[in-house]
Design a protein around this ligand. Structure first.
Ligand SMILES: NC(=O)c1ccc[n+]([C@@H]2O[C@H](COP(=O)([O-])OP(=O)(O)OC[C@H]3O[C@@H](n4cnc5c(N)ncnc54)[C@H](OP(=O)(O)O)[C@@H]3O)[C@@H](O)[C@H]2O)c1
Length: 352
C-alpha cells in the first residue's frame, strides 16, 4: 500500500508542514503528499505553485475546482477522495473538530488523523517526548497535537519536576503566557498595546494550563497548574514566565543541569525575542526552531529553596511541527519513527 499523507489547510502551520513533508518524502518513507486548500486566491497562487513544485499534490472542493484552474492550478483529487485514499490526515485548520464530524469519522481509509492546538477534544493529546508512552496503536486513531505554549509548559514540567522513572515532584506550576500579537504571516489580530486575557477556566486559568494538565493526564497524573495570558504588540515570539514549586529543594545549577540534559530544550544567554527569532532565521528549518522551549538561563532563580522561577521563549510553530511529524511517523511505522526523525535533529538546538 502506498503511504500517503494528506494535509488540510495551508496557513501558518499547514504551509510549512506541507513543504517540510514534500522536501523530505524519502527520509520519512512517504510515497505521496497531498494538501487541501479551501479558498482559491490570486494572492496565494505563488504559495500553491511552490508547494506543487516541491512535489505536493493539490486537492480542492469540487465546486471550487474551476476557479483553481482559472488561476492556473491543476487540482488532482477532490476533498473526500483525498481523505479516503490517505494513510494519515493532518488537519491544520481552526476547524478540525468540524472536519472530524463532517469527513473523518466516516472515512475508512486512514489509520490516523491529527488536529492542532485550538481543537480541544479532537482526540488524545500528544506532544513529542512528553507522553509518547500513552499512545496506543490501533486505538488512538485521533490525536490532538497540543499548542505551542502547551508544549513549552509541558517540557518545563517534564524536565524540572519529573524523574526518569516517572516520579513526579511537582507541588504547583504557575505560568504567565506573554504572547506575540499575531504571526509574521498574518495580517489580522494585531493588538496596539498589551492586552490581557480573562481566566475562563476556573481551575486552570487559561487553556494553556488546562491542556498541559490533560496532556499529563494521558499518563495518569493530576497536576496542579494555573496559567494566565496576555498579548504584546510584537510579532516575534511568545515568552512564558514560569514558577514551578517542587516537593524538594533544588539549586539554580541543578536546574541548569536538568535543562541542558534534555535534547528538546534549548538554553540561551540571549534575553530578547528579536535575538532568538533571528537565530532561527539563520539556523532553523526555513527559519523555525524545532526545540520545545528556549530558556533564558540568566533569568533562572530559586525562591525559598524549592520554587524555580524564570523566563523562556516559545518556538511557536516549530514545536507543534515536530510533534506532528513524530505522530505521523508513528502512524506510518512506529519501528522506524526514531531513525526517520534524524533528519530534523539538527534543528533541535542545545544552545541559541
Ligand atoms: N499559528 C501558530 O503559530 C500555531 C501554532 C501552533 C498551533 N496552531 C494551530 O494550528 C491550527 C491552524 O492555525 P493557523 O494559525 O495555521 O491558521 P491560519 O493561518 O488561519 O490558516 C488556516 C488554514 O485553514 C484553512 N481553513 C480554515 N477553515 C477551514 C475549513 N473550515 N475547512 C477547510 N479549510 C479551512 C484556511 O484555508 P483558506 O485560507 O484556503 O480558506 C487556511 O489555509 C489551529 O488549530 C491553531 O491553534 C497554530
Amino acid at each position: 500500500m502506498p503511504k500517503i499523507v494528506h494535509v488540510k489547510g495551508t496557513g501558518t502551520i499547514g504551509e510549512p508542514l506541507i513543504g517540510l513533508l514534500a522536501d523530505n518524502r524519502e527520509a520519512f518513507g512517504i510515497d505521496e503528499v497531498t494538501f487541501h486548500k479551501r479558498t482559491p486566491l490570486v494572492t496565494e497562487r505563488g504559495k500553491v505553485n511552490d508547494l506543487v513544485r516541491r512535489g505536493a499534490v493539490l486537492v480542492a472542493d469540487e465546486d471550487r475546482w474551476t476557479t483553481f484552474e482559472e488561476l492556473g492550478h491543476a487540482p488532482k483529487y477532490e476533498t473526500r477522495e483525498a481523505i479516503e485514499r490517505a494513510t494519515v490526515v493532518i488537519d491544520c485548520t481552526p476547524a478540525g473538530n468540524e472536519n472530524k464530524a463532517e469527513f473523518y469519522e466516516e472515512a475508512a481509509g486512514p489509520v490516523g488523523f491529527m488536529a492542532q492546538g485550538s481543537e480541544f477534544g479532537f482526540g488524545k493529546m500528544y506532544a513529542r517526548g512528553i507522553n509518547d508512552a500513552a499512545l496506543v496503536r490501533g486505538e488512538d486513531r485521533f490525536l490532538h497535537i497540543v499548542s505551542c505554549n502547551t508544549h513549552n509548559i509541558a517540557v518545563l514540567l517534564k524536565t524540572l519536576a519529573f524523574d526518569d522513572d516517572g516520579t513526579c515532584h511537582l507541588e504547583d506550576g504557575r505560568f504567565i503566557c506573554i504572547r506575540r500579537a499575531n504571526d509574521i504571516s498574518q495580517d489580522s489580530g494585531f493588538v496596539p498595546s498589551p492586552t490581557v486575557e480573562r481566566h475562563k477556566e476556573e481551575r486552570f486559568g487559561t487553556h494553556h494550563a488546562r491542556d498541559a494538565h490533560h496532556l499529563f493526564g494521558t499518563l495518569g497524573y493530576d497536576l496542579t497548574l494555573f496559567s494566565s495570558a496576555l498579548k504584546l504588540n510584537s510579532q516575534y515570539m511568545h515568552a512564558i514566565h514560569f514558577s514551578i514549586t517542587l516537593d524538594h529543594d533544588i539549586t539554580v545549577d541543578e536546574v541548569k543541569e536538568r535543562l541542558v540534559a534534555n535534547p528538546r530544550v534549548a538554553i540561551s544567554y540571549k534575553r530578547s525575542a528579536n535575538q532568538i527569532f533571528s537565530f532561527g532565521r539563520d539556523h532553523g528549518y526555513y527559519g523555525r526552531i524545532l526545540s520545545q522551549t528556549v530558556v533564558a538561563v540568566e533569568t533562572l532563580a530559586v525562591r525559598d529553596g524549592n520554587q524555580v522561577v524564570g523566563f523562556c521563549f516559545t518556538p511557536q510553530d516549530g514545536n507543534p511541527l515536530l510533534s506532528t511529524i513524530a505522530a505521523m511517523l508513528w502512524y506510518l511505522d512506529p519501528d522506524t519513527m526514531e531513525d526517520r526523525l534524524d533528519i530534523l535533529r539538527p534543528y533541535l538546538f542545545q544552545e541559541i
